[in-house]
Design a protein around this ligand. Sequence first.
Ligand SMILES: [Zn+2]
Ligand SMILES: [Zn+2]
Ligand SMILES: [Zn+2]
Length: 257
Amino acid sequence: MLTWFEWGSYRNRDLLYYRSDTVGPREIIELLLAEHALRELKQREEALKQRSIALQKAKAIESDSSELEDANAQLDETRKQIPRKEHDLYGAVSMLTSVLRKDYDSLRRNTKWFMRKEMVQDCSDRGGCCSRGCGCCSQRHLSKGTKGDGHCTTECWCCTAFRGFEISKEDKIDMVKDFQSRLERNRSGYLIDMADWFFSPLPEPPAVAPKLSTVASQTMTVIAKTPTKDMKTPTVTVTTKPLKPRSRWQKIFGRNK
Ligand SMILES: [Zn+2]
Ligand SMILES: [Zn+2]
Ligand SMILES: [Zn+2]
């Protein structure tokens, strides 16, 4: 498969080529990590919101409110971390070259850019919501000015509910480390794939096929005009203007005034 990014080297240093640009892999890796961290935190916020709502309902039946207080405290704590992660992503984006920045911004003008088929497949392969029929990912979309929406991380509340338990803190940290090490591997193919998904323009939608009724009527016209052996070529009268009713003058004199 053709990729937009390609590995190259200059003076023994590995570099990435993209269109007319030469980019250091570190800039791309930093951006991917910053985006992942923000997405993870936003999904954690969503999970805690859902938990808080559920506990609020349960509180109406049971009188114990300590769990609800704990969930709300965690929600507050999570929200406080979001500006920092948004700042990190902003920092990583600001370090991009002009060509990359232009494509990065242009891709995100489509609020569902992350629903490109490779990313949906990747989410499905990781056991995220795209592997089920819940439709969570397609409902997450970037409204103007927001960042960090996309496919499932270990913090997705729907994936947690489906699994039936929460992944331990240690495992979550390990999984992020594994993600980072796959990106940082020497001449990583995974980095090329991720960079392609995050920057390259979406494929053009296929051209719209003509409506069946139009095709049918055109075919019928051709058939009607094709003379057969025992059929004379029909004389075609072309009427460009609709006929007007004859005036009184015409009726008497047979011509126009
Ligand atoms: Zn889901
Ligand atoms: Zn999910
Ligand atoms: Zn997904």
